[in-house]
Design a protein around this ligand. Structure first.
Ligand code: SAM
Length: 299
């Protein structure tokens, strides 16, 4: 099944001539390729294979264990949606936790909200942070922000120590092979619930319905056992497998309706915030699923 493919071995980058190809057990039987201009960095960090290259038409690309994490060309779609869907669904997000997110893109978006007082981030691999600061400054621009406390360690372990602290927890994890496997289980969702204050909201990277319907279904089933409100949205992101990615959203507050944002940004604010994907209409539309996905995923 699709779910089983996720337990397969971690992958390493496949480079042939000037082409990088994403050949991975996460998306068996298909491969997305990007043409390389120059390899900028390649190492094994102790946790994972870390590759950064400059490409012909996607800008710089960060690859972990053979999987594309971000490209400069389309990262905004994912960062804006994973951040602003939960943030605009909460009446006053002040304390935010980010799990993973070593490239800094989610942190950059979270800090755009004036209600945010503090952000804690727990990333397992300090090398991803350092490499992103060096090679992806447009993403990793906010690591020096005084509102941030950065922890290097496992997200699940960190979360289990937090009780009733956060308004928002955003899990910006890699796929469930390698170090991120622990961020997809029931235990993780239970500790997310415990880590939230009353009215708290969580948002997690939710894979693609084209590739991982069974995995998404089991994530949503786990979440529904724990949270009173659970929903699923998606956006396009050309460089992710199948060109789209989902977002799992859960709230502790029965009154939350993720489909209706609580605050609206006017055109001038959208420009001021530098938003290129998210706006109120896109927020609402992101929850409208095609039938093959809605019949499988929605109650
Ligand atoms: N947007 C990306 C995607 O969906 O492909 C994810 C980007 S972000 C770079 C993913 C981060 O999660 C990586 O930096 C990785 O080191 C981190 N990560 C993986 N497992 C983790 C864990 N158990 N605890 C904390 N961070 C983890």
């Amino acid at each position: 099944s699709e779910g089983d493919s996720c337990k397969m071995a971690v992958d390493t980058p496949v480079i042939s001539g000037s082409w990088f190809s994403e050949v991975s057990s996460v998306c068996p039987g298909q491969s997305f390729s990007i043409q390389i201009k120059e390899i900028l960095h390649h190492q094994h960090s102790g946790f994972q294979d870390v590759l950064v290259f400059d490409s012909k038409n996607y800008g710089r690309v960060l690859v972990l264990d053979g999987m594309i994490q971000v490209t400069e060309r389309d990262e905004f779609a994912y960062q804006e949606m994973l951040t602003h869907l939960p943030m605009f669904s909460h009446p006053h997000p002040a304390k935010v936790l980010i799990i993973g997110g070593g490239d800094g893109g989610i942190l950059r978006e979270v800090l755009k909200h004036p209600s945010v007082e503090s952000v804690v981030q727990c990333e397992i691999d300090k090398d991803v942070v350092e490499v992103s600061k060096k090679f992806l400054p447009s993403l990793a621009s906010s690591f020096s922000d005084p509102k941030l406390t950065l922890h290097i360690g496992d997200g699940l372990e960190f979360m289990q120590k937090c009780k009733g602290v956060f308004d928002i927890v955003i899990t910006d994890s890699s796929d469930p092979v390698g170090p991120a496997e622990s961020l997809f289980g029931v235990t993780y969702y239970e500790s997310l619930f415990q880590a939230l204050r009353p009215g708290g909201i969580v948002a997690s990277q939710g894979e693609s319905p084209w590739l991982h319907l069974e995995l998404i279904k089991s994530m949503l089933t786990s979440c529904r056992k724990i949270f009173p409100v659970v929903d699923y949205a998606f956006s396009t992101v050309p460089s992710y497998p199948s060109g789209q990615i989902g977002y799992v959203l859960c709230s502790k507050d029965v009154a939350t309706d993720f489909r209706i944002p609580l605050r609206t940004l006017e055109e001038a604010d959208l420009d001021k915030w530098g938003l290129r994907y998210y706006d109120t209409e896109v927020h609402k539309a992101a929850f409208v699923l095609p039938r093959f996905a809605s019949t499988a995923l929605l109650p």
